[in-house]
Ligand binder design. Sequence first.
Ligand code: FES
Length: 216
Amino acid sequence: MRIKVTENGPYLVSGNVPLAEQRIHVDSDDFCHGYDQGELCETGPTYALCRCGGSGSKPFCDGAHARTGFDGTETASGTPFDEQAREFEGPDMDLSDVRELCAGVRFCHRAGGTWDLVRHPKDPGDRRTAIEEVWDCPSGRLVAREKDGSAIEPDLEPSIGLIEDTQLETMGPIWVRGGIPVESADGRTYEVRNRVTLCRCGRSRNKPFCDGSHTG
Ligand code: FES
């Protein structure tokens, strides 16, 4: 399985990667909390996902990027997550955070916010809630850690989710799960991670990754 970023064009996905919509679930208190998965999309073993935001056949590329002159220049630094992360320490667990990767999907707002749940837990359930919020974070901006530094990560099948932000009624990013390598147009492989989000509105300033610009 592999995702190839093409120059000013789509993401070429190869290796029979499962593709399904992931709708953000909003709970009764109006907080984002988990996902509702849609049907698996029918694809061949390889397919091209739009990253310019202009396709009339979303999520797939229909060639609109060529007509609109899409500038898909990749601006992500390529610096590994651990070298960029800011660390937040708590009594039972720690949290690593790379704000530049934020996809703006707000799972970290619930129950007082992930940072407070980690740093100032008030009851035993706060650790579980913090981990739930981190695991819902599609971009991997947040990583929960045991006190020995080991990452607490969900077991994610290699697959792609098409995030729909039901609360803001907008299309969210492409959620790449389970360590599928993403290769730049010039042949570099970005750090392979369990959770990353790729821009599909064409407006991110951290291409190919989502920076939440679709919410603005
Ligand atoms: S990348 Fe081809 S139509 Fe958007």
